[in-house]
Ligand binder design. Structure first.
Ligand code: ADP
Ligand code: GLC
Length: 489
């Protein structure tokens, strides 16, 4: 089976969040199970610089405002994974981020930049971009790649089947309707039954409505986005596709996140050789200049600092948490108001709270390896990866019962402890008081070392690999191709 994954970011070349981690690991896991997988990426500077052995597959001529568009075929650095890269310097070769300039403003030509990504995917599906390879499945990730589903549906309907994965429904790719003619799509789609969304045009809707199947990155989030509370205005569209929406939980890349092999941490460890965990904790306290307090519950957060992540709950509960013996170490970037609030929290609690406003992969590993617990109190969370990294490193998650957090963390209730399933701490209400009660339960549990160690053992034994999810995706792809064949496509 030939599968093309279409995305805007991939770890370690371009990353703004967990999407990049998934796009790096899932194709490799699918290939390990025998699939012929390739990636399609926009030629952002970091991608053009890093890919290896690039050769031109086709010159595509002017499109979406770019005079020169070449499709390259290369390999991901240090990997056998083949990657198509769209070399369109006018649209992609610039400083700043993948979606925004260095001031945080959306690129004004994002419609053209990401329509081109979908357009090229459809040409690959039609086998007219690369005569030697055409996908059976086009798998598009988030709004950035969603137009692939529209172009395949409209221009190459008998070729590939399409899967659209929603990593985050809150980011929708909305554009002014007057730019519609640039898309080159039939005008019947310029309506609420097509891509129109309250007077704008929505790339997210292109994926939700026109993909053959829609997945989300956890089963719970798949149910949540069909509700008004979590649907971000698109719950009606999601309900309209109910039979074609499902959730497949993400895995983690165990080549990157594994305490037994991690080169970034003070001392390696695993469930049997657990001494290294203590060394990592001491090293972290020393590195950050916080109290070398053995009795504290050392809680970390590695996160985008945005409203999604429920950080306001942490800030509100912080004085009481510190009083209860918590140390908090935070690393993140995002909304300036939250960055400032966390910096002030550090000043208010010297020796107990440490905040690093910035993005640093190696440091994230040290934080997650050294802490006792990792807090992810999100208001919504499609999957969440850091709680799974925490599980892998014996760093117990403290999470809100939403989305993928609910699907990966089992609360330390007496019954769950008894059955050996408990691997963290879960709370429900999005209130500082509920978070505080939950953290206090963790503080109390840590005071009983044997009980804590049992939870850590369960956490570290959790199956987080991509093998299971990859099998689920392959079964889905197969069912879509069978459905297509049955229809005579
Ligand atoms: P989201 O994609 O919503 O941001 P996830 O938990 O799925 O949330 O993924 C976040 C990813 O980004 C994880 O790999 C996490 O380690 C990483 N990350 C977030 N903020 C930082 C940071 N400041 N420094 C290093 N890594 C970070
Ligand atoms: C999104 C979500 C996050 C998820 C990630 C990878 O960024 O916010 O919950 O883990 O995508 O699927």
């Amino acid at each position: 089976m030939k599968i093309l994954h279409v995305a805007a970011e991939v770890f370690p070349l371009v990353k703004t969040g967990g999407l990049a981690d998934v796009v790096a690991a899932l194709p490799v896991a699918l290939a390990q199970q025998g699939a012929d997988v390739r990636l399609l990426l926009p030629g952002l500077p970091a991608v053009i610089e890093a890919v290896q052995g690039a050769r031109t597959v086709i010159e595509m001529g002017p499109c979406f405002g770019a005079m020169r568009v070449r499709l390259l075929l290369a390999r991901m650095p240090g990997s056998k994974l083949k990657v198509y890269v769209i070399d369109a310097p006018y649209l992609y070769l610039r400083g700043g981020g993948p979606y925004q300039d260095s001031q945080g403003e959306e690129w004004p030509d994002n419609l053209q930049r990401f329509a081109l990504l979908g357009w090229v995917a459809a040409h690959l599906a039609a086998q007219d971009a690369d005569p030697k390879w055409a996908p059976d499945i086009v798998h598009a990730h988030d709004w950035h790649a969603a137009m692939a589903c529209a172009y395949v549906a409209e221009h190459t309907p008998t070729r590939a089947a399409t899967v659209f994965t929603v990593h985050n429904l809150a980011f929708q790719g909305l554009f002014a309707m007057h730019d519609w003619p640039m898309l080159g799509l039939a005008s019947r789609l310029m309506s609420p039954t097509g891509l129109e969304y309250h007077g704008q045009l929505s790339f997210m809707k292109a994926g939700l409505k026109l993909a053959d199947h829609v997945t989300t990155v956890s089963p719970t989030y798949a149910r949540e986005i069909a509700t008004h509370e979590y649907g971000c205005g698109l719950d009606g569209v999601v309900r309209g596709r109910a039979a074609d929406v499902s959730g497949i939980l993400n895995g983690i890349d165990e080549a990157v996140w594994n305490p037994a092999t991690d080169p970034a941490i003070a001392q390696r460890f695993d469930a049997e050789q657990f001494d290294g965990k203590r060394a990592c904790r001491l090293a972290l306290q020393a590195e950050l200049g916080i109290d070398a307090d053995d009795g504290a519950l050392l809680v970390t957060m590695v996160s985008r600092l945005t409203a999604q992540k429920g950080l306001d709950l942490v800030l509100a509960a912080l004085p009481d948490l510190v009083a209860a013996g918590v140390q908090l170490v935070v690393q993140g970037t995002g909304e300036p108001a939250l960055e400032t609030a966390f910096r002030m929290a550090q000043q208010a609690h010297p020796g107990r709270v440490h905040v690093h406003v910035g993005y640093d992969e190696a440091r994230a590993h040290r934080l997650i390896a050294g802490a006792d617990a990792i807090a992810v109190p999100s208001r919504f969370e499609p999957c969440g990866l850091t709680q799974m990294y925490g599980l892998r490193y014996g760093t117990l998650p403290i999470v809100r019962r939403v989305g993928g957090l609910a699907d990966t963390v089992t609360d330390a209730t007496p019954e769950n402890i008894q059955s050996g399933r408990a691997n963290g701490f879960v709370f429900d209400a999005a209130t500082p008081a509920a978070l505080e009660r939950c953290v206090r339960r963790a503080v109390a549990m840590r005071a009983t070392p044997a009980a804590w160690r049992a939870l850590v053992a369960a956490a570290m034994a959790s199956d987080l690999s991509w093998a299971g999810p990859a099998r689920e995706y392959l079964a889905l792809y197969k069912s879509l191709l069978e459905r297509r064949a049955a229809k005579g496509g």
